[in-house]
Design a protein around this ligand. Structure first.
Ligand code: NAD
Ligand code: DAU
Length: 354
């Protein structure tokens, strides 16, 4: 029972989690199951090539036989479920993919894990955990003066993405309530950091800025997100896995509300400092484009429960995290290039038509 099983560990947060986990002294091995959709990237895990503590299998979480075989072979003491379709804009164009992976996939995974868990001996059953990695978007949109989301905020998802994640949260909850599966659910705010696919706001803006492309801000740019450095999210997940109460949910947030325009301007100013253009500021590349349909105006997360009960708080400020992120993208031009030459290019072509 020394391994943990991770789904979606070739994606942005999953890969950061796997890498950070294996940096810990005496870390349990990781079995990593990822379908390698457009968002999955084996190169993100290149540093782990040859590391016997990391076992990678390309498989769909809907493939019950493949996941069962891994559970039987490695007997993990926990499953951390990151695998999902995660981009809101794509969910507007292709909602069916989101239902398939986020809803059906989570259901199939729960079925498979439940069968494995029920056959464990009593001590192993008591120690086992299923940690479901979810989002603050399930709570919908806040008005400017509303208090931040708490664990008891009402579910009011607005996009096909957030609705599919909400459905998966409900299934996870039901498997605890009905079958006793020891689940933990986390609802986190917007992550940023190394290895993020450049379809999401921050890496898109960095990669566009560096090649002189427009920086497309949706609508008036005054939508608010709460930004958390990915390493802080991964640290929170380790805390919840180690000490969370089975059946409980935990909000994870950066205490860091910013409008999109503030984020993009901060990025431009940082780039002006670390990689100045021959003439003018990166701010000149900002362009306002058509808004996202149904665009949620504001997210904000109250992570007080996690701080009070498990002692977690973010270690990066937005300024330090953004600096690390910009440096990472500048120092990893090959990773960026590899992504840009793939499916990403088609996506940009379709999304940002004039
Ligand atoms: P991502 O899109 O970067 O990665 C998703 C990974 O899941 C990819 O490697 C992909 O290949 C894999 N995957 C997709 N469908 C699969 C399937 N059917 N079977 C197996 N693997 C599959 O996503 P991310 O940003 O790393 O998000 C990870 C999780 O965290 C998601 O569940 C997301 O909802 C949640 N989350 C993300 C954020 C954020 O800001 N990115 C914030 C809060 C919560
Ligand atoms: O809140 C957590 C969620 O954060 C996660 O669950 C999602 O998986 C993750 O993708 C993210 O969702 P958002 O929709 O908030 O992230 P995104 O990076 O797509 O957009 C951030 C904000 O920036 C949002 O208000 C839309 C805006 N935006 C985005 C893009 C891609 C732009 O203005 N221009 C853009 O080109």
């Amino acid at each position: 029972m020394s391994h943990i099983l991770v789904t979606g560990g070739a994606g942005f947060i999953g890969a950061n989690f796997v890498i950070d986990w294996l940096r810990q002294e005496g870390a349990a091995g990781i079995v990593n199951v990822d379908k390698l959709t457009y968002a999955g990237n084996r190169k993100s895990l290149a540093a782990l090539e040859g590391d016997v503590r990391h076992v990678f299998l390309q498989a769909d979480i809907c493939d019950t036989a493949a996941v069962t075989a891994l559970l039987e072979a490695y007997r993990p003491r926990a499953v951390l479920h990151f695998a999902a379709e995660s981009h809101v804009d794509r969910s507007i164009v292709s909602p069916g993919d989101f239902v398939q992976t986020n809803v059906v996939g989570t259901f199939r995974l729960l079925e498979t894990v439940l069968e494995y868990w029920q056959a464990l001996d009593a001590p192993a059953r008591a120690a086992f955990r299923f940690l479901h990695v979810s989002t603050d978007e399930v709570f919908g949109s806040l008005a400017p003066a509303d208090p931040p989301f708490t664990e008891v905020s009402r579910y009011l998802p607005n996009s096909p993405y957030s609705a599919s994640k909400a459905a998966s949260d409900h299934m996870v909850r039901a498997y605890h309530h009905t079958y006793g599966l020891p689940v933990l659910t986390t609802n986190c705010s917007n992550n940023y950091g190394p290895l993020q696919f450049p379809e999401k706001l921050i890496p898109l803006m960095i990669t566009n800025a560096m090649v002189g492309k427009p920086l497309p801000v949706y609508g008036d740019g005054l939508h608010v997100r709460d930004w958390l450095y990915v390493g802080d999210h991964c640290a929170a997940l380790r805390e919840v896995l180690a000490s969370g109460q089975p059946g409980a949910t935990y909000n994870i947030g950066g205490l860091n509300e910013k409008t999109n325009l503030e984020v993009v301007q901060a990025l431009c100013d940082l780039l002006d400092e670390v990689s100045p253009k021959t003439a003018g500021s990166y701010r000149n590349q900002i362009t306002f484009v058509k808004d996202r349909p149904g665009h949620d105006r504001r997210y904000a997360v109250d992570a007080g429960k996690l701080a009070r009960e498990l002692g977690w708080k973010p270690s990066e400020t937005f300024e330090s995290g953004l600096r690390k992120t910009v440096q990472w993208y500048m120092q990893n031009a090959e990773w960026v290039q590899d992504v840009l030459s793939g499916n990403y290019r088609n996506w940009v072509g379709k999304q940002y038509v004039a």
